[in-house]
Design a protein around this ligand. Structure first.
Ligand code: ATP
Ligand code: MG
Length: 261
């Protein structure tokens, strides 16, 4: 085994009294594609958000390329705490890209400007260079003909493809997708999944929270079922989606497939 590109160790997250993630550990090798499934409110988004520090872990460590993030401090009460410098977190967010359910594009910027924004403000790229990168990523998602449109003039599927191009433009080492198709009309789901598929074929490292179990089956190298704050079942798509061993996984899949034909 090579050194993992991402390593999560004993991650916990609480919101006040609510203990959402209860000790999650995961090693991700470069090129792995991990699909995360689980019921609503089980903590899937919270898990992804902790990985790129949009939420601060309550406990546990996250390492990129073998380097643990943050520094351990002893509190006066004798407890250990991990402190994170804002500069370090900015670097992490550039290395770990995220695509959201609700696209989160800037409404007052054009398609091209949305994709250039992070390059110019975070990576301090020159405008001409940022434009070139943005254009090539927008071409990849099939939107080179909509550069001057505003998000409100695009369909949901197009907006999500802009969001994917925006994440890619930053050249992240890992891309996190949080239910990228679940706010789309059914006929637009395919075009977004196809863009994700292209990235998969490029060998990118990705974590994808999804309810598209068919896509997860074909896309993922590993499937994780999150329940009760822990990784309840982990395995290949075949193992978890076709031959689940745990009762809870079986029930979840049965509910999902209730109306399948
Ligand atoms: N910022 C927050 N403040 C307080 N509670 C939160 C916060 N974010 C999430 N939670 C709570 O944590 C739990 C897990 O939420 P999360 O959004 O991670 O679930 P999820 O698995 O992504 O669900 P869904 O499939 O509906 O998106 C929920 O009970 C939610 O209410
Ligand atoms: Mg969620």
């Amino acid at each position: 085994m090579n050194k993992p590109i991402l390593s999560v160790t004993d991650l916990h997250k609480s919101f006040g009294p609510q203990h959402v993630l209860k000790g999650i550990s995961l090693d991700v090798q470069a090129g792995e594609r991990i699909a995360i499934i689980g019921g609503s409110g089980s903590g899937k988004s919270t898990f992804l958000r902790c990985i790129n520090f949009m939420e601060m872990p309550s406990q546990g460590r996250i390492a990129l390329d073998g380097h643990s993030l943050g520094s351990v401090k002893q509190t006066r009460a004798g407890e250990t705490r991990v402190n994170y410098a804002e500069r370090e977190l900015c670097q992490v967010r550039a290395r770990v890209g995220m695509v959201f359910q609700q696209f989160n594009l800037f409404p007052h910027m054009t398609v091209l400007e949305n994709v250039m924004e992070g390059l110019v403000t975070v990576k301090r790229a020159a405008k001409t260079e940022a434009r070139e990168v943005a254009l090539s990523q927008l071409t990849k998602v099939g939107l080179s003909n909509r550069l001057d449109a505003y998000p409100s003039q695009l369909s949901g599927g197009q907006q999500q493809r802009v969001a994917i191009a925006r994440a890619l433009a930053m050249e992240p080492e890992i891309i996190l997708f949080d239910e990228p198709t679940s706010s789309l009309d059914p006929e637009l789901v395919g075009e977004v999944l196809r863009s994700i598929r292209v990235l998969a074929d490029e060998g990118r490292t990705m974590l994808l929270v999804t309810h598209e179990l068919g896509f997860a089956y074909h896309f993922a190298t590993k499937v994780i079922f999150l329940a009760d704050g822990v990784f309840h079942e982990v395995g290949t798509p075949e193992e978890v989606l076709k031959e689940p061993k745990q009762q809870k996984t079986k029930e979840f899949l049965r509910r999902f497939n209730e109306f399948a034909f």
